[in-house]
Design a protein around this ligand. Sequence first.
Ligand code: UVW
Length: 321
Amino acid sequence: MTDAPPTAPALDDLLADSPTNWGKWGPDDEVGALNYLGPEQVLAAAQLVTSGKVFTLQRLIGDPKGDPVWPGRTPAERTQILDESTWDSPDAPQYPGGLHYADDKINAFLQGSTQYDGLGHVWYGGKLWNGYDARTTIGGLEKASVEPIAQRGVVGRGVLLDMARFRGKETLDKGETFTHEDLLACAQAQGVEIRPRDVLVIRTNFLSLFFQQGEAFYEGFNEPGLVYSPELVRWFQDMEIPNLVTDTIANEVTIDPNNGVALVLHNALMRNLGVTLTEIADLEQLAADCAEDGKYEFLYVAAPLKVAKGSGAPVNPVAIK
Ligand code: UVW
């Protein structure tokens, strides 16, 4: 990964005046800005379904072409435990009627594919979302894990913001940034309005480089994405954005070029405002369809796997037009 300059400020200092939504939904809240998505938003989003087209947004777990993962994580491994060869052995289990079956298991980082982060996935200064003590993460997240998000589910109006297409590129470049103003300009160019409480779905197509470059993709790792500013954080708060979905590994520029700090928005948006983050989404088919029919809004439905104490969990979000 790109080294941060030695002058990079501590998040405690950088975000000292950054707003928080701590306490807004009570002292026990663990789903944060998802509270903005209630029955009213669900019913309104359901009205967007007019053609019946369905797009699944998960990447393949255990893709034979490789799984792009955050540096230090390893791709998922699927192991076949039982298959027809099992019954070549005289010791194979015998079932009345002659049943044979296949079984397998995976060994995977919960954040190693398309995933929701629990709100307690990142922190600074010893405090997680809603002010929970960071020591509640020891041995598994006692607070703000992915489980309450999974129990709740996420349904609302999704808006695709195709930043790669908007900038006339196949893929955004390493370390390339954009702001909320760029999102608004992109939306305008696409003929769609970003409304309060929308699920923002941002396409960079950056991970296509992983499939072209293999391991060289990780050299000087610095993904493109949204970049921190106090104005951007205020915009997310004013717009009551519940969920940010992207096709990159970590949803924002990895190292903020303005201050050298890593993953500032994980903290300013997720830890402080309770915005849920969804990463490594596959937006290619959805984006192609949006470009074709000119419709960039849809019903967005997702529920990560219910993993007790998990800091994140795989998900297969669905966009329905
Ligand atoms: C980190 O926060 C390190 O990773 P992720 O991309 O899973 O949020």
